[in-house]
Design a binder for this molecule. Structure first.
Ligand SMILES: [Zn+2]
Ligand SMILES: [Zn+2]
Length: 179
């Protein structure tokens, strides 16, 4: 069950405002990208329709847990983003007149299919656009050992030890220890 709205339900005479929350199971793409269950996605959208063109202004808020780029630990990330989109019917994609191009050049444009606005997908997309390209649990994150995969923030890795034992210095150290 995803959130959708029929374009015909938006009155042309006045603004339509929607405010609601989506539970995590209605935002499956966010669920896939997160490492822990996320909060409800809180949104409000104001729709203004003129013929088949729908102007939308909205805000999306959700707390996501995404993996750290280096160590894969979960990092809490708060999304609070406003957006402004022009939604046009898909059939206009193929023959944009000069007047449409003029009116859309300042706005992000999306295309809807068969008279329905897929609001769940739109809100997921806006959330994903708001995520940083690189997320780190901390600026000093040590990451994972490339050899054994241990999280070097939580544990010490012993990968370098066998190399040390095989080296000539290890033999020297052994002599010293025997003294
Ligand atoms: Zn990390
Ligand atoms: Zn290691």
């Amino acid at each position: 069950m995803t959130l959708r709205l029929a374009v015909a339900e938006i009155p042309e005479t006045h603004l339509l405002e929607l405010q609601d929350q989506l539970p995590p199971d209605e935002t499956p793409r966010l669920m896939k990208l997160a490492v822990e269950p996320h909060s409800e996605l809180v949104f409000n959208i104001v729709f203004k329709r003129q013929g088949k063109a729908v102007n939308t202004q909205g805000r999306v808020q959700v707390q996501l847990y995404i993996p750290c780029d280096r160590c894969l630990d979960s990092v809490a990330h708060e999304v609070d983003e406003t957006f402004h989109l022009l939604l046009l019917p898909e059939e206009q994609l193929n023959h944009l007149g000069p007047e449409t191009i003029l009116s859309t050049q300042d706005l992000d444009t999306r295309y809807y299919d068969k008279g329905w606005l897929e609001l769940g997908e739109l809100l997921e997309e806006q959330t994903m656009l708001a995520l940083p390209l690189k997320v780190l649990c901390s600026a000093t994150c040590q990451g994972l050992c490339g050899n054994c995969g241990v999280n070097l923030n939580h544990a010490e890795c012993r990968c370098s030890e066998p190399d040390f034992l095989d080296s000539p210095f290890a033999a020297l150290q052994k002599l010293n220890n025997d003294d």
